[in-house]
Design a protein around this ligand. Structure first.
Ligand SMILES: [Zn+2]
Length: 129
């Protein structure tokens, strides 16, 4: 069954849709709050019934990469605005701000890393009903 409307990779990935049909939802809740239900996933896709939960690795490695990447990506906006010098405490201010931002984004990163893991293992239209 191929539907007329093509569903693109990046919007589906950011909307946390199923990697197979890009229609069904992967997580049971739409938002990250409350935090204790943030990572609850459907066992199977609500649209195409592809199985999501099959391995014990839901993307921890990807989460680590995203976290380290974010710590350095904060340099992109922090350095032009505030600047970092060796002869004062500005490096420590940067590290504090960067860690706080990365921690605040962590629930979203955990979801995104699970979705990325699913997108690496399940391809578009690879399973049919
Ligand atoms: Zn699906």
């Amino acid at each position: 069954m191929v539907d007329a409307q093509k569903r693109y990779l990046l919007p589906s990935l950011l909307q946390m849709k199923c990697p197979n049909c890009r229609k069904g939802r992967v997580f049971t809740t739409k938002h990250i709050l409350p935090l204790n239900t943030c990572l609850q996933m459907h066992e199977r896709c609500t649209e195409c019934h592809v199985k999501f939960i099959k391995e014990q690795n839901p993307g921890y490695g990807i989460n680590y990469v995203l976290t380290v990447m974010m710590l350095f990506l904060n340099l992109v906006w922090y350095y032009p605005i505030f600047g970092i010098r060796y002869d004062d405490n500005s490096l420590y201010y940067f590290l504090t701000v960067s860690v706080i931002i990365t921690l605040l984004l962590q629930p979203w990163f955990m979801r995104l890393s699970r979705i990325l893991f699913l997108y690496f293992t399940i391809y578009y239209h690879s399973y049919r009903k």
